[in-house]
Ligand binder design. Sequence first.
Ligand code: AMP
Length: 280
Amino acid sequence: MKIFENKEDLKRYVLEQKADHKSVGFVPTMGALHQGHLSLVEKARKKNKIVVVSIFVNPTQFDNKEDLEKYPKTIDNDIKLLEGVDCDAVYIPTADEIYDGNVKSEKFDFDGLEYQMEGQFRQGHFDGVGTIVKKLFEIVEPDNAYFGKKDFQQLQIVKKMVEKEQLNVKIKGCRIYREDDGLAMSSRNVRLSKEHRAEAPFIYKVLKKAKKKAKKKSFTEVIAWVEKKFKKNNLLDLEYFVIANEKSLIPATKKEEGRVYRAFIAVYAGDIRLIDNIKM
Ligand code: AMP
């Protein structure tokens, strides 16, 4: 596996592969890799001749300084894991290499997708995401790029950016990987206290029950039920539970024929913020 720290070297490598008519699959990550990340790499592996992974904890998408500073870093282990799934190249840039001394986001218009859910609670988050994904796409110029549905709103936003900026890359959404107890895998899970880790599977349990309830009850009733469940939980604090149209991400209070809905949740387990979602 090749390791690149410099964008010019990576660009040259990718160009050589493309000159050889090899398709390039790309998986952007912030490292502290787990099986969820590796599943994206494996999917890219199956569909492309060359797989490139980036590891970069992007400062502009963090609205919380402490969350950025405490973001787990396990680079040696990440490299071992990527070698194990037959990744061809990993790009590990510094913030200077990416931002050239100007750590700022570009402003994007994602047709309103950016104002819902995470956009309401994490100021500037999606401008940061758009900025880094666009920069990485310019460097890697992949044919296909793989994103997890774990961050469903991010996936929709990246698709929107590609459509609006007419970028020549196909975006592939990949299923959510979970621990055996149902907790969605996340790099932040290692920061949970023992007590919070034991309680965290409650989030997916509630999502699954909410999905079941939504077959017979209105969305408003389901939302009230979820809020009540979390009020009774002393360890987990609900930030939001929203049922939204999967495409527009606009919150829905009642079902309309022919529309697809998804429930989105953000929860604090102590200081650690966890998100998850489920198709309704
Ligand atoms: P991150 O390193 O958290 O920025 O995530 C990098 C990519 O991995 C994003 O596209 C995430 O949506 C995806 N991802 C993170 N956790 C999971 C998971 N549990 N299942 C599937 N994809 C995931």
